[in-house]
Design a protein around this ligand. Structure first.
Ligand code: FMN
Length: 147
């Protein structure tokens, strides 16, 4: 059983809905899950397993509330050595170069903080997947198995 802390960035609610679906799925498999909207640096520091679920806004940007947390983490720079993490990013490939840029930025930061990625992060393209929970739930199974 794992305790997963889910940190959410969403503009129109898609990533937020997805985060709660994933939390329910984790709980149904005897894991513990808590959703943070978006949470604090202390919530990140206290987590044993990190899952970021974010959409992308602007030009490859992190949604505002999660961006505030991202910037605090960047300035306080708490080392998260070997803490397992995963990132699910919602994006749209019609944005070309900035496709899923929010998750890419978070990934660079978590790597710098020495957190540990066990499996490849998931990028969900709104042009291909109209129901993001489908690929996300498949990915979640791999994430849990890898922990
Ligand atoms: C104003 C705006 C800007 C966006 N910019 C990007 C972007 O730069 N890259 C990307 O991959 N997707 C971009 N998207 C697509 C969203 O990330 C995608 O629609 C996502 O599913 C929205 O999730 P949400 O409901 O949680 O906000 C943008 C969408 C909007 C409306």
């Amino acid at each position: 059983m794992s305790q997963i802390s889910i940190f959410v960035g969403s503009v129109y609610g898609g990533a937020e809905d997805l985060a709660f679906t994933l939390a329910d799925a984790l709980k149904s498999k005897n894991n513990q899950a808590e959703v943070f909207l978006p949470g604090t640096v202390n919530d990140v520091k206290n987590a044993t397993h990190l899952l970021f679920v974010t959409s992308t806004t602007g030009a490859g940007d992190i949604p505002a509330e999660l961006e505030a947390l991202y910037l605090e983490l960047k300035s306080q720079f708490p080392l998260l050595t070997d803490i397992p993490y995963g990132i699910i990013t919602l994006g749209d490939s019609s944005y070309d170069d900035t496709f899923c840029g929010a998750g890419k930025k978070i990934n660079v930061l978590l790597q710098a903080l020495q957190a540990k990625a066990y499996i490849e992060n998931l990028e969900i393209d709104a042009c291909e997947d109209f129901e993001p929970e489908k690929p996300a739930l498949v990915w979640l199974n791999s994430f849990i198995k890898a922990l």
